[in-house]
Ligand binder design. Structure first.
Ligand code: SAH
Length: 258
């Protein structure tokens, strides 16, 4: 039975990495039991690892929640200090469960005006429990700039996974953070340097790469602050204007030559 579960897991895993996210959503809608089979195998694989990346993210939340929101070393929050986390490809929403439990515990101990407001949105292909919203993570039902942390924990599956990164950029408020954990063996260079470059091209700043763990690599990026986003936009507009002007000149010359 264990062998069979393992091979089914590997087969579904292979499917999810080699099809587009639209097809993955369709596949799980039509055969929801594939999700359960996948997660049976996924769980036993991660249990055999020295560390589960979800636990590493939860620990980071715990440590950084000791400082004020938006302060150096603290968690990023919206202007009203709310910490809004989107867990993309959440599986069974372990991250939300653990974080909600942690904040409930510290709320009991802290004075009302010291309590931190937080919300975790969990997205996946199947609604395994009430915390989960079914969505393709290339397009989730949340407004632009509405999140302060977007997490992909072993969830960059699908041939169009860069669309998920673009979606994270859309969701994040300026200075919002992107946290990623990916299986080490995925990176041809072993370190994920090319991956980091690809994300920088999509507008992110790289904060750190953590290669400590044997099985997975953890990356942290952030969306630039508002001033830099505006500078970039102005630069792009100047470039477009320059191209438009050059093009008009070129056309004028061509017309003269005619
Ligand atoms: N983040 C969880 C689960 C990781 S398994 C954890 O670390 O425990 C990867 C998950 O990504 C699976 O549950 C799979 O269904 C989900 N997934 C893959 N492609 C997706 C997509 N396009 N949209 C939403 N979820 C997706």
């Amino acid at each position: 039975m264990a062998k069979l579960t393992g091979s089914r897991f590997r087969w579904i895993n292979e499917q999810l990495y080699t099809i587009s996210s639209e097809d993955a959503l369709k596949m799980i809608k039509e055969q929801p039991q594939l999700f359960d089979e996948y997660h049976d195998g996924f769980k036993s694989q991660v249990e055999s690892w020295p560390e589960n990346p979800v636990d590493v993210f939860v620990e980071e939340i715990r440590q950084r929640s000791k400082r004020p929101v938006n302060a150096p070393g603290g968690l990023p929050g919206l202007k009203n200090k709310q910490i809004v986390i989107a867990d993309m490809g959440c599986g069974e929403a372990q991250l939300a469960l653990d974080i909600n439990k942690y904040f409930a515990q510290i709320d009991k101990r802290s004075k009302p005006n010291h309590r931190k407001s937080h919300v975790v949105h969990s997205f996946d292909l199947k609604k395994a429990n009430d915390l989960i919203t079914v969505a393709d993570i290339k397009n989730v039902p949340l407004p632009d700039n509405s999140c302060t942390i977007v997490v992909f924990c072993l969830a960059l599956m699908g041939t169009n996974f860069l669309d998920f990164i673009k979606e994270a950029y859309r969701l994040l408020a300026p200075r919002g953070e992107l946290w990623i954990a990916e299986i080490k063996s995925r990176f041809a260079d072993g370190k994920g340097e090319e991956f980091v470059e690809a994300l920088k091209l999509l507008g992110f700043f790289h904060k750190k790469t953590d290669n400590e763990n044997k099985m997975f690599t953890r990356f942290e990026f952030f969306k630039p602050p508002q001033e830099i986003i505006e500078e970039r936009r102005a630069k792009l507009e100047r470039k477009h204007k320059f191209i438009a002007v050059s093009y008009t000149h070129l056309r004028a010359h061509e017309t003269c030559a005619d």
